[in-house]
Design a protein around this ligand. Structure first.
Ligand code: 5GP
Ligand code: MN
Length: 345
Protein backbone atom coordinates (compact mmCIF):
# COMPACT_ATOMS: atom_id res chain seq x y z
CA UNK A 1 0.00 0.00 0.00
CA UNK A 2 1.46 3.35 -0.96
CA UNK A 3 2.51 5.41 2.08
CA UNK A 4 0.81 8.48 0.60
CA UNK A 5 -2.70 7.15 1.32
CA UNK A 6 -2.39 8.59 4.83
CA UNK A 7 -1.90 12.03 3.34
CA UNK A 8 -4.84 12.23 0.95
CA UNK A 9 -6.10 15.47 2.54
CA UNK A 10 -2.75 17.15 1.99
CA UNK A 11 -2.50 15.83 -1.58
CA UNK A 12 -6.00 17.18 -2.32
CA UNK A 13 -4.93 20.57 -0.96
CA UNK A 14 -1.76 20.44 -3.08
CA UNK A 15 -3.83 19.62 -6.19
CA UNK A 16 -6.09 22.62 -5.53
CA UNK A 17 -3.11 24.91 -4.95
CA UNK A 18 -1.46 23.77 -8.17
CA UNK A 19 -4.64 24.24 -10.19
CA UNK A 20 -5.14 27.74 -8.80
CA UNK A 21 -1.55 28.90 -9.10
CA UNK A 22 -0.45 31.14 -11.92
CA UNK A 23 3.27 31.05 -11.07
CA UNK A 24 4.97 28.29 -9.11
CA UNK A 25 8.52 28.35 -7.74
CA UNK A 26 10.19 25.18 -6.47
CA UNK A 27 12.99 25.59 -3.91
CA UNK A 28 15.52 22.89 -2.92
CA UNK A 29 17.77 23.31 0.15
CA UNK A 30 21.15 25.04 -0.14
CA UNK A 31 24.05 22.94 -1.39
CA UNK A 32 21.40 20.77 -2.96
CA UNK A 33 22.16 17.07 -3.36
CA UNK A 34 20.82 14.56 -5.87
CA UNK A 35 17.57 14.14 -3.99
CA UNK A 36 16.88 17.87 -3.71
CA UNK A 37 17.65 18.51 -7.39
CA UNK A 38 16.04 15.29 -8.66
CA UNK A 39 12.85 15.99 -6.70
CA UNK A 40 12.71 19.61 -7.83
CA UNK A 41 13.21 18.67 -11.50
CA UNK A 42 10.81 15.71 -11.39
CA UNK A 43 8.10 17.98 -10.07
CA UNK A 44 9.07 20.84 -12.39
CA UNK A 45 8.69 18.66 -15.49
CA UNK A 46 5.22 17.44 -14.51
CA UNK A 47 4.02 20.97 -13.70
CA UNK A 48 5.49 22.28 -16.96
CA UNK A 49 3.77 19.47 -18.89
CA UNK A 50 0.52 20.48 -17.21
CA UNK A 51 1.07 23.94 -18.67
CA UNK A 52 2.07 25.86 -15.56
CA UNK A 53 4.50 28.74 -15.35
CA UNK A 54 7.07 27.10 -13.10
CA UNK A 55 10.64 27.82 -12.05
CA UNK A 56 13.26 26.21 -9.80
CA UNK A 57 15.37 28.55 -7.67
CA UNK A 58 18.37 26.96 -5.98
CA UNK A 59 19.91 28.94 -3.10
CA UNK A 60 23.40 27.78 -4.19
CA UNK A 61 25.29 25.75 -6.81
CA UNK A 62 24.72 22.02 -7.18
CA UNK A 63 27.24 19.32 -8.14
CA UNK A 64 28.34 18.75 -11.74
CA UNK A 65 27.38 15.08 -11.61
CA UNK A 66 23.73 16.18 -11.77
CA UNK A 67 24.17 18.35 -14.84
CA UNK A 68 23.01 15.67 -17.28
CA UNK A 69 19.48 15.64 -15.84
CA UNK A 70 16.72 16.82 -18.19
CA UNK A 71 15.92 20.54 -17.81
CA UNK A 72 18.72 21.11 -15.29
CA UNK A 73 19.72 24.13 -17.36
CA UNK A 74 16.38 25.68 -16.36
CA UNK A 75 17.39 25.82 -12.69
CA UNK A 76 18.06 29.36 -11.57
CA UNK A 77 21.11 29.17 -9.32
CA UNK A 78 21.51 32.18 -7.09
CA UNK A 79 24.93 33.76 -6.82
CA UNK A 80 26.36 35.94 -4.07
CA UNK A 81 24.52 39.00 -5.42
CA UNK A 82 21.17 37.47 -6.36
CA UNK A 83 20.85 35.72 -2.99
CA UNK A 84 19.91 39.03 -1.47
CA UNK A 85 17.67 40.12 -4.35
CA UNK A 86 14.38 41.03 -2.65
CA UNK A 87 12.38 40.24 -5.79
CA UNK A 88 13.27 36.55 -6.23
CA UNK A 89 9.81 35.30 -5.29
CA UNK A 90 7.91 38.23 -6.76
CA UNK A 91 4.94 37.21 -8.85
CA UNK A 92 4.87 33.69 -7.47
CA UNK A 93 1.63 32.58 -5.83
CA UNK A 94 2.83 29.09 -4.90
CA UNK A 95 6.20 28.14 -3.39
CA UNK A 96 7.08 24.46 -3.04
CA UNK A 97 10.06 23.57 -0.82
CA UNK A 98 11.62 20.14 -1.39
CA UNK A 99 13.95 17.99 0.73
CA UNK A 100 14.34 20.23 3.80
CA UNK A 101 12.65 20.35 7.18
CA UNK A 102 13.71 23.74 8.54
CA UNK A 103 13.77 27.25 7.13
CA UNK A 104 17.44 27.66 7.95
CA UNK A 105 18.16 24.92 5.38
CA UNK A 106 17.47 27.50 2.65
CA UNK A 107 19.94 29.77 4.35
CA UNK A 108 20.29 33.10 2.60
CA UNK A 109 16.79 33.15 1.06
CA UNK A 110 14.82 32.08 4.12
CA UNK A 111 13.70 35.60 4.99
CA UNK A 112 12.24 36.13 1.55
CA UNK A 113 10.63 32.71 1.54
CA UNK A 114 9.04 33.50 4.87
CA UNK A 115 7.96 37.00 3.85
CA UNK A 116 6.38 35.92 0.55
CA UNK A 117 2.58 36.07 0.41
CA UNK A 118 2.46 33.02 -1.83
CA UNK A 119 0.88 29.80 -0.64
CA UNK A 120 3.59 27.44 0.61
CA UNK A 121 4.00 23.68 0.47
CA UNK A 122 6.80 21.58 1.93
CA UNK A 123 7.56 18.08 0.62
CA UNK A 124 10.20 16.24 2.66
CA UNK A 125 11.32 13.07 4.43
CA UNK A 126 13.51 14.37 7.28
CA UNK A 127 12.54 13.92 10.94
CA UNK A 128 11.07 16.74 13.06
CA UNK A 129 9.83 19.13 10.36
CA UNK A 130 9.25 22.76 11.30
CA UNK A 131 5.81 24.17 10.67
CA UNK A 132 6.35 27.09 8.29
CA UNK A 133 4.16 26.20 5.30
CA UNK A 134 0.42 26.00 4.58
CA UNK A 135 0.65 22.39 3.47
CA UNK A 136 3.15 19.90 4.85
CA UNK A 137 3.67 16.46 3.32
CA UNK A 138 6.50 14.65 5.06
CA UNK A 139 7.22 11.12 6.26
CA UNK A 140 10.51 9.55 7.31
CA UNK A 141 9.30 6.23 5.86
CA UNK A 142 10.32 7.54 2.47
CA UNK A 143 13.86 6.75 1.34
CA UNK A 144 14.01 10.09 -0.37
CA UNK A 145 11.94 13.14 -1.15
CA UNK A 146 11.93 11.85 -4.74
CA UNK A 147 10.06 8.70 -3.69
CA UNK A 148 7.47 10.90 -1.99
CA UNK A 149 7.18 13.24 -4.98
CA UNK A 150 6.51 10.17 -7.13
CA UNK A 151 3.67 9.07 -4.84
CA UNK A 152 2.18 12.57 -4.85
CA UNK A 153 2.19 12.58 -8.65
CA UNK A 154 0.89 9.01 -8.83
CA UNK A 155 -2.04 9.73 -6.52
CA UNK A 156 -3.08 13.01 -8.12
CA UNK A 157 -4.32 14.36 -11.45
CA UNK A 158 -0.68 15.18 -12.24
CA UNK A 159 -0.04 11.55 -13.19
CA UNK A 160 -1.40 12.31 -16.63
CA UNK A 161 1.58 14.64 -17.13
CA UNK A 162 4.23 12.27 -15.80
CA UNK A 163 6.84 11.19 -18.34
CA UNK A 164 10.20 9.41 -18.73
CA UNK A 165 12.17 12.60 -18.09
CA UNK A 166 10.39 13.29 -14.82
CA UNK A 167 10.84 9.62 -13.82
CA UNK A 168 14.58 9.85 -14.60
CA UNK A 169 14.98 12.84 -12.29
CA UNK A 170 13.04 11.15 -9.50
CA UNK A 171 14.96 7.90 -9.91
CA UNK A 172 18.22 9.84 -9.62
CA UNK A 173 17.02 11.49 -6.41
CA UNK A 174 16.06 8.14 -4.93
CA UNK A 175 19.30 6.50 -6.10
CA UNK A 176 21.58 9.18 -4.65
CA UNK A 177 19.79 9.36 -1.28
CA UNK A 178 20.05 5.59 -0.81
CA UNK A 179 23.59 5.09 -2.15
CA UNK A 180 22.03 3.18 -5.01
CA UNK A 181 19.64 1.27 -2.73
CA UNK A 182 22.33 0.26 -0.28
CA UNK A 183 21.00 2.17 2.77
CA UNK A 184 17.85 3.92 3.97
CA UNK A 185 15.79 1.86 1.55
CA UNK A 186 14.47 -1.15 3.48
CA UNK A 187 10.84 -0.17 3.12
CA UNK A 188 9.34 -2.38 0.38
CA UNK A 189 7.53 0.70 -0.90
CA UNK A 190 10.86 2.06 -2.14
CA UNK A 191 11.20 -0.95 -4.43
CA UNK A 192 7.60 -0.60 -5.56
CA UNK A 193 8.34 2.98 -6.59
CA UNK A 194 11.60 1.96 -8.30
CA UNK A 195 9.58 -0.61 -10.26
CA UNK A 196 7.09 2.06 -11.33
CA UNK A 197 9.86 4.43 -12.38
CA UNK A 198 11.50 1.69 -14.44
CA UNK A 199 8.17 0.93 -16.08
CA UNK A 200 8.07 4.56 -17.10
CA UNK A 201 11.29 4.04 -19.06
CA UNK A 202 14.11 5.13 -16.74
CA UNK A 203 17.53 3.92 -17.88
CA UNK A 204 18.91 3.06 -14.44
CA UNK A 205 22.34 1.90 -15.61
CA UNK A 206 22.84 5.21 -17.38
CA UNK A 207 21.72 7.15 -14.29
CA UNK A 208 24.22 5.22 -12.18
CA UNK A 209 27.03 5.78 -14.64
CA UNK A 210 26.34 9.51 -15.02
CA UNK A 211 26.32 10.05 -11.26
CA UNK A 212 28.99 7.69 -9.96
CA UNK A 213 31.46 7.38 -12.84
CA UNK A 214 31.94 11.00 -13.68
CA UNK A 215 35.02 11.99 -11.67
CA UNK A 216 37.87 14.14 -12.91
CA UNK A 217 41.46 12.90 -12.69
CA UNK A 218 42.10 15.59 -10.06
CA UNK A 219 39.24 14.27 -7.94
CA UNK A 220 40.55 10.69 -8.12
CA UNK A 221 44.02 11.84 -6.97
CA UNK A 222 42.41 14.04 -4.30
CA UNK A 223 40.60 10.98 -2.95
CA UNK A 224 43.86 8.99 -2.94
CA UNK A 225 45.58 11.71 -0.93
CA UNK A 226 42.72 11.95 1.54
CA UNK A 227 42.52 8.22 2.18
CA UNK A 228 46.27 7.90 2.56
CA UNK A 229 47.07 11.02 4.58
CA UNK A 230 43.90 12.44 6.10
CA UNK A 231 42.00 9.53 7.62
CA UNK A 232 42.20 8.82 11.36
CA UNK A 233 40.86 5.48 12.57
CA UNK A 234 39.81 4.49 16.10
CA UNK A 235 39.22 0.74 15.68
CA UNK A 236 38.06 0.27 19.29
CA UNK A 237 35.47 2.99 18.93
CA UNK A 238 34.46 1.62 15.52
CA UNK A 239 34.90 5.17 14.24
CA UNK A 240 36.98 6.91 11.60
CA UNK A 241 37.20 10.52 10.56
CA UNK A 242 38.67 12.44 7.66
CA UNK A 243 39.84 16.03 7.65
CA UNK A 244 40.52 18.20 4.61
CA UNK A 245 42.45 21.44 4.80
CA UNK A 246 41.94 24.47 2.60
CA UNK A 247 45.40 23.76 1.16
CA UNK A 248 44.37 20.20 0.22
CA UNK A 249 41.41 21.59 -1.67
CA UNK A 250 43.64 24.02 -3.51
CA UNK A 251 46.41 21.51 -4.23
CA UNK A 252 43.97 19.15 -5.88
CA UNK A 253 42.12 21.84 -7.78
CA UNK A 254 38.86 21.06 -5.98
CA UNK A 255 35.65 21.58 -7.93
CA UNK A 256 32.22 21.91 -6.39
CA UNK A 257 30.94 18.46 -5.39
CA UNK A 258 34.37 16.77 -5.36
CA UNK A 259 34.26 15.96 -1.63
CA UNK A 260 30.79 14.46 -1.90
CA UNK A 261 30.83 10.82 -0.80
CA UNK A 262 34.31 10.89 0.81
CA UNK A 263 32.58 10.50 4.19
CA UNK A 264 31.10 7.15 3.19
CA UNK A 265 34.43 5.54 2.32
CA UNK A 266 35.58 4.73 5.91
CA UNK A 267 32.35 2.75 6.40
CA UNK A 268 33.91 0.32 3.93
CA UNK A 269 36.45 -0.66 6.59
CA UNK A 270 35.45 -3.82 8.44
CA UNK A 271 34.10 -2.94 11.89
CA UNK A 272 33.73 0.82 11.30
CA UNK A 273 30.16 1.98 11.92
CA UNK A 274 30.58 5.72 12.44
CA UNK A 275 32.35 8.07 10.05
CA UNK A 276 32.85 11.83 10.00
CA UNK A 277 34.43 14.33 7.66
CA UNK A 278 35.64 17.86 8.48
CA UNK A 279 36.25 20.16 5.56
CA UNK A 280 37.91 23.53 6.00
CA UNK A 281 35.76 25.94 3.97
CA UNK A 282 36.26 29.69 3.67
CA UNK A 283 34.59 30.80 6.89
CA UNK A 284 33.72 27.60 8.68
CA UNK A 285 34.27 23.87 8.90
CA UNK A 286 31.66 21.82 7.02
CA UNK A 287 30.96 18.52 8.73
CA UNK A 288 29.20 15.35 7.59
CA UNK A 289 28.43 12.22 9.59
CA UNK A 290 27.49 8.75 8.41
CA UNK A 291 26.71 5.60 10.38
CA UNK A 292 25.47 2.05 10.04
CA UNK A 293 22.52 0.68 12.00
CA UNK A 294 21.05 2.49 14.97
CA UNK A 295 23.89 4.87 15.89
CA UNK A 296 22.05 8.18 15.54
CA UNK A 297 24.21 10.77 13.75
CA UNK A 298 21.25 13.17 13.59
CA UNK A 299 21.24 13.39 17.38
CA UNK A 300 25.03 13.49 17.53
CA UNK A 301 25.15 16.32 15.03
CA UNK A 302 22.40 18.41 16.58
CA UNK A 303 23.80 17.92 20.09
CA UNK A 304 27.39 18.89 19.27
CA UNK A 305 27.72 20.53 15.85
CA UNK A 306 24.58 22.66 15.30
CA UNK A 307 23.40 20.32 12.56
CA UNK A 308 20.94 17.58 11.82
CA UNK A 309 19.71 15.24 9.12
CA UNK A 310 18.82 11.55 9.31
CA UNK A 311 19.88 8.75 11.65
CA UNK A 312 22.53 7.44 9.25
CA UNK A 313 23.42 10.64 7.39
CA UNK A 314 23.63 14.10 8.81
CA UNK A 315 25.62 17.26 8.60
CA UNK A 316 26.67 20.19 10.69
CA UNK A 317 29.20 22.98 10.94
CA UNK A 318 31.77 24.50 13.24
CA UNK A 319 33.17 28.00 13.46
CA UNK A 320 36.29 26.92 15.33
CA UNK A 321 39.47 26.13 13.40
CA UNK A 322 39.77 22.78 11.65
CA UNK A 323 42.18 21.50 14.29
CA UNK A 324 40.06 22.69 17.20
CA UNK A 325 37.02 21.10 15.60
CA UNK A 326 38.60 17.68 15.12
CA UNK A 327 40.06 17.82 18.65
CA UNK A 328 36.61 18.60 20.00
CA UNK A 329 35.18 15.71 17.98
CA UNK A 330 37.75 13.30 19.40
CA UNK A 331 37.01 14.37 22.95
CA UNK A 332 33.23 14.13 22.42
CA UNK A 333 33.79 10.69 20.95
CA UNK A 334 35.24 9.53 24.27
CA UNK A 335 31.90 10.25 25.94
CA UNK A 336 30.27 7.77 23.52
CA UNK A 337 32.94 5.19 24.12
CA UNK A 338 30.75 2.66 25.99
CA UNK A 339 28.02 2.88 23.37
CA UNK A 340 30.45 2.58 20.48
CA UNK A 341 32.70 -0.15 21.92
CA UNK A 342 29.71 -2.39 22.60
CA UNK A 343 27.97 -1.59 19.36
CA UNK A 344 26.95 -4.64 17.37
CA UNK A 345 26.06 -4.38 13.70
P1 5GP B 1 25.52 16.00 3.93
O1 5GP B 1 26.42 15.37 4.92
O2 5GP B 1 25.52 15.23 2.64
O3 5GP B 1 25.73 17.46 3.76
O4 5GP B 1 24.07 15.87 4.50
C1 5GP B 1 23.52 14.66 4.93
C2 5GP B 1 22.13 14.88 5.41
O5 5GP B 1 22.12 15.75 6.52
C3 5GP B 1 21.22 15.51 4.38
O6 5GP B 1 19.95 14.91 4.50
C4 5GP B 1 21.14 16.95 4.76
O7 5GP B 1 19.90 17.46 4.40
C5 5GP B 1 21.37 16.93 6.25
N1 5GP B 1 22.22 18.05 6.69
C6 5GP B 1 23.46 18.38 6.25
N2 5GP B 1 23.95 19.47 6.87
C7 5GP B 1 23.01 19.84 7.76
C8 5GP B 1 22.91 20.91 8.70
O8 5GP B 1 23.82 21.73 8.88
N3 5GP B 1 21.75 20.98 9.42
C9 5GP B 1 20.74 20.08 9.26
N4 5GP B 1 19.63 20.22 10.01
N5 5GP B 1 20.79 19.07 8.39
C10 5GP B 1 21.90 18.94 7.63
MN1 MN C 1 16.68 13.68 0.78
Amino acid sequence: MPIIEKYSTQVKALEESVKNASKIIIVPHYNPDGDAIGSALGLYIVLKNYGKDVEIISPTLYPDFLKWLPYNNKIRVLGKKTQSDPTIFEGADLLIGVDFNALRRIDNIKDRFEASNAKKILIDHHPDPENFTDILITDTKYSSTAELVYEIIESSFLYEYFDTESATCLYTGLMTDTGSLSFGSSNPNTYRVVGELLKKGVNKDKAYDKVYNSFSVDRMRFMGHIMLNRMVVFPELKTAYIYITAKDRKDFNEKFGDTENFVNIPLGIKGIIFSAIFIERDNFVKISFRSKGSFDTNKFSSAHFSGGGHINASGGESHDSLQETTERFVSILQTYSDELKNYEY
